[in-house]
Design a protein around this ligand. Structure first.
Ligand SMILES: [Zn+2]
Length: 199
């Protein structure tokens, strides 16, 4: 029975690859000794950071009708226009665009530029500046929010006061009105309209 791996990560057969590497080295030494000129190595660019966002979601939840004549770029899944291939899911697509074959098609080696101390320092400084700016933005946002809340409170207070005043005026008017009615009733010779007439 074969042992099941704990995860689905690829496992490397170290002994096998060490054997291949050793063999290659021996061949190179042998060729050098025989005076065979080395094949010119293709100069490839160093790996670069991606300067765009990989679009993985724009087609999510959409359906397309495909048939035999549909070009592979439109058959659904993730299409790589550099390698002209379709990958079926986002994880594999990311694997693909980060992989050797794709990078080679882009003219990249898989080598990474080694950063200098100055570059690292500059990156630290830039990140620090970015964070400070973010904080400043945050402070400003907070202040604007507080001001807005304060304004809102003042408005509410004014509204309440206006309502209060209106109520007082209305009450005063009512009193005056009922006073007027009483007066009228006295003149007409009876007290109160509604209650007596309804009996
Ligand atoms: Zn590709």
């Amino acid at each position: 029975m074969t042992q099941r791996p704990d995860d689905h990560r690829r496992k490397w057969n170290r002994e096998e690859y060490e054997r291949i590497a050793l063999q290659r080295l021996q061949e190179e030494i042998a060729e050098e000794e025989l005076g065979i000129p080395k094949a010119p190595t293709v100069k490839r660019e160093l790996l670069k950071q991606r300067d765009y966002k990989v679009d993985l979601e724009s087609k999510l939840g959409k359906s397309v009708v495909i048939n035999k004549a549909t070009p592979s770029s439109q058959t659904g899944g993730y299409y790589c226009n550099v390698c002209d291939c379709v990958v079926k899911d986002s994880i594999n697509f990311l694997d693909h665009i980060n992989g050797t074959k794709h990078q080679r098609n882009l003219g990249m080696s898989m080598k990474i530029e080694r950063s200098t101390l100055d570059q690292v320092k500059a990156r630290f400084a830039a990140n620090k500046k970015k964070m400070e700016e973010k904080k400043k933005d945050y402070d400003l946002e907070q202040r604007v929010k507080e001001l807005k809340e304060e304004e809102e409170k003042i408005k509410e207070y004014r509204k309440e006061r206006k309502k209060d005043r209106k109520r007082k005026i209305e009450e005063a008017n009512e009193e005056e009105e009922s006073g007027a009615v009483d007066e009228m009733a006295a003149i007409m010779g009876f007290s109160g309209f509604a209650s007596k007439n309804r009996k």
